[in-house]
Design a protein around this ligand. Structure first.
Ligand SMILES: *[C@@H]1O[C@H](CO)[C@@H](O)[C@H](O)[C@H]1NC(C)=O
Length: 794
């Protein structure tokens, strides 16, 4: 029952589409809709929102409706109540629902209704119920907006008078409980409707006999027709009642079960009637298929459309079958969803312009060497068993009018070594999608093709050297394995390229220059690598007018590197610097240079190394002073410092060194002041060096020349008491060239080489640090003996 209903609804949609006026009953997106179908309801829910406009409570267990339930839904527009258990309905419960347009009460158990006119109703379905008497009451006459009425009736003889003045689009009469006495003829008047749909009992042989009077019926649909060789005549008589006038143009059979013989008779019968479109959905052929005598007369029929044939035949004449279809003198034939071959090349010149054999079992030998399909413009062989592209090309060779060829969804392959392909010169649209084609397909294409669909194949790249398809306008290569955008060299007129869902990571940026005619590029959902190279592409997208790039920016996202995965390309940023190696190099080199120059300037102008050395020495000295052994300090010391210098430098010693030392209370020993007369010079030197905590040497070129000074240095360094300890302070008053130091003064050379001296800075500003360094060396509280004590200790 549900299945039937589905078909009926589908066909209703078809009928409505057929009639010129479009009925807008389906709920649009902005309406407030509640779907409570299939939830086991036994009553209409109480707490529905006031604003409900669409309410679906179909397929539940609701047996009763009460007055209060819909009262509070003033905006209710669409109410679906089908497949429930309603037995009785009082239409006055809807009298406050002034917007109610669509009311589906089909597939209930309604026996009785109490009428009340709901003038807003456009769609009322009362079919598949249990009415004993016709449910048409006089109030229906007020439903002036009504366009669809579905009824469940037990006989055709209806009192349609109350609704005779309405202008309906479609009436559905469900006749499952139809009964008439044997051979009784009913009369039935179809009033003012464009479409009529009759549903018979699914399992009874067709037996309706009626005198019909139809008025301007355009569209007839019959569901559940069971025919054999005996009642075939009854059925044709029934049909002839409808086809007496010229108005019926569209005839549809759903669920028809028939013998082959009867089917051919029905075709023969209908061929001479003024019908233009014949549709058959779910055709079952029973008993046998044998040869039938038939000739197709001249016909107004334009299109025969058969979807889904089931063959329950055991004796089968293939030739009989093929001829019935191939010799039809109509323009359009569709036979889809049929698991056997039903047609071959017509014997004589054929009238077919359109053939659609979707989802059949054709192989590529069909229509080979067929020279009778010269009017054929469209051939659809979608989802069949075609394998060789070369043979498909060959098949079209003599179809000199063929414009559109759809062989999508097969298993087509082409290898180059198979040879060159031949195609009908006239082909402009070629659909090769969902096959097994590889790169080589580009060597086997009709040269005048304008629209080429190759999506969902196995193409990895588009070869550079292909036959040029100069008039190609649209190319679809989505869902392949392409790694780059193609150049348009071979497709100079390409204006629409669809290349999404491939393996493109770095699309070339010159695409837009390369393909000047491009109007639309769809390249989203590729695994873009968001690195420097991609910037140029993003830039070129930015420059191309946005309308050209389809789905931008939503479908264009980074796939790599991991850190930017999912980032829209539009938002991908990488600095100018990191993408330009020469710029990066220049920047690094530049920075280094600036640093070097700055450092050099600092060194030259501010003598930074000198300061560093001084600070370093100062810290070392302080540390050493702190670590001095107490024992050492107990030594009998008389002076803080013994100063050794050349006579030439005495002026500096007297004016600079001495005042600065003595200012800090440093007791200084000078040879001309403190040497004991009469004692040997050597003795004096040794004596005073020993009695001094440190020895200061003022180094200069003069110092080097002085032999005495050298002795002093020697003794100071080998001081018996504090050998190894750091008792020397070297002051470099003036630079001493290495070569001017005599060869045997190796001690001085070593000391100079170790650079453990303090340089005397000529600049006043630096002298503070110099003195601080000297002072640090004496930063020790020393107990010095008085001269007398010293004397005593001697
Ligand atoms: C090709 O056929 C497929 C279905 O197999 C369809 O989706 C597609 O739109 C067709 N392409 C063209 C260009 O008609």
């Amino acid at each position: 029952m549900t299945k039937d209903k589905g078909i009926i609804l589908r066909n209703f949609v078809f009928l409505v589409a057929f009639t010129s006026e479009v009925i807008t009953l389906s709920s649009d997106k902005n309406e407030f809709a509640i779907d409570m179908s299939k939830v086991g309801l036994t009553h209409v829910p109480k707490d529905l929102p006031l604003k409900t406009e669409v309410l679906d409570i179909s397929q539940n267990y609701i047996a009763e409706l009460s007055l209060s339930e819909f009262r509070y839904l003033p905006r209710l527009k669409i109410l679906r109540l089908s497949h429930n258990r309603l037995r009785y309905l009082d239409f006055s419960i809807f009298n406050l629902n002034r917007n109610l347009e669509y009311l589906d009460l089909s597939n209930n158990q309604l026996k009785r209704i109490t009428c009340h006119s709901i003038t807003s109703l456009k769609y009322l379905d009362l079919s598949f119920n249990d009415f004993d008497v016709s449910p048409i009451c006089k109030e229906f006459g007020n439903l002036t907006q009504l366009i669809f009425l579905g009824l469940s009736v037990a006989k055709l003889q209806l009192d349609l008078l109350p609704i005779a003045h309405l202008h309906l689009e479609c009436i559905l009469l469900e006749l499952e409980h139809y009964y008439v006495k044997e051979d009784a003829r009913e009369s039935f008047q179809v009033l003012n409707t464009k479409a009529l749909h009759l549903v018979f009992h699914p399992n009874s042989l067709f037996s309706v006999k009626a005198n019909l009077s139809v008025n301007a019926l355009e569209c007839l649909q019959l569901t559940n027709i069971k025919l054999n060789d005996v009642n075939c005549q009854v059925f044709m008589e029934f049909l002839s009642e409808f086809t007496r006038g010229p108005s019926l143009l569209n005839l549809t059979f759903n669920q028809i079960e028939t013998t082959w013989k009867c089917l051919v008779q029905v075709f023969q019968f209908l061929w001479s009637k003024p019908i233009e479109y014949l549709n058959i959905y779910n055709l079952t052929i029973v008993e046998s298929i044998g040869e039938e005598r038939f000739i197709y007369p001249r016909t107004t029929l334009k299109a025969l459309n058969i979807e889904h044939i089931t063959n329950r035949v055991f004796i089968f004449s293939q030739k009989a079958l093929y001829t019935v279809f191939s010799e039809m003198n109509i323009k359009m034939l569709t036979i889809s969803d049929t698991p056997f071959i039903h047609m071959l090349c017509p014997q004589t010149l054929s009238t077919f312009m359109f053939l659609n054999f979707t989802r059949n079992v054709f192989t590529d030998s069909v229509f080979q060497n067929c020279s009778t399909l010269v009017k054929l413009e469209t051939l659809i062989l979608q989802k069949n068993g075609l394998k060789g592209l070369l043979k498909v090309g060959l098949m079209t060779k003599d179809m000199s009018s063929l414009k559109i060829l759809d062989v999508s969804g097969n298993s087509l392959e082409y290898e180059r070594r198979e040879g060159n392909c031949t195609w009908a010169w006239s082909i402009v649209v070629l659909n090769l999608s969902s096959n097994l084609l590889t790169d080589s397909v580009f060597r086997c294409l009709p040269l005048r093709v304008k629209v080429l669909d190759l999506h969902n194949n196995r193409i990895r790249s588009i070869p550079k050297a292909v036959n040029s398809l100069e008039v190609l306008e649209e190319l679809n290569v989505a869902f392949n394995s392409l790694t780059n955008l193609p150049g348009c060299g071979a497709f100079s007129g390409l204006s629409v390229l669809t290349i999404d869902y491939n393996a493109i990571s770095n699309p070339s940026a010159d695409f837009f220059q390369n393909c000047p005619m491009i109007r639309s590029l769809k390249a989203g959902n590729n695994p873009f690598q968001c690195t420097c190279e991609l910037r140029e592409f993003i830039h070129s997208v930015g420059q191309a007018s946005r309308a050209v790039v389809e789905d931008w920016p939503a479908s264009y996202k980074c796939d790599y590197p991991e850190s930017s995965k999912g980032t829209p390309l539009q938002d991908f940023r990488v600095s100018q610097l990191s993408c330009n190696p020469s710029l990066l190099m220049a920047t690094v080199v530049g920075t280094v240079l600036v640093w070097a120059i700055a450092t050099a300037i600092l060194c030259v102008y501010f003598d930074v190394p000198w300061y560093l050395r001084m600070v370093c020495q100062w810290t070392q000295t302080r540390r050493r002073a702190r670590n001095l052994h107490v024992q050492e300090l107990r030594r009998a010391l008389q002076f803080h410092a013994f100063i050794s210098y050349s006579g030439h430098d005495s002026a500096w010693v007297k004016t600079e060194l001495l005042p600065n030392l003595e200012k800090e209370d440093i007791r200084v020993c000078l040879h001309e002041r403190n040497f004991v007369p009469g004692k040997s010079i050597m003795g004096n030197i040794i004596n005073f060096i020993e009695k001094s905590y440190k020895s200061i040497f003022v180094l200069s070129p003069h110092f080097v020349q002085s032999e005495w000074c050298h002795y002093e240095l020697y003794f100071a360094h080998h001081n018996l008491f504090h050998e190894g300890s750091d008792n020397l302070i070297l002051i470099l008053l003036e630079p001493i060239p290495q070569h001017s130091i005599p060869g045997n003064y190796y001690k001085l050379r070593t000391l100079m080489a170790q650079r453990t001296y303090l340089e005397w800075p000529k600049e006043k500003a630096k002298q503070g640090l110099f003195w601080a360094n000297i002072k640090a060396a004496f930063n020790v509280q020393l107990m010095l003996m008085t001269e007398n004590n010293a004397e005593a200790s001697f």
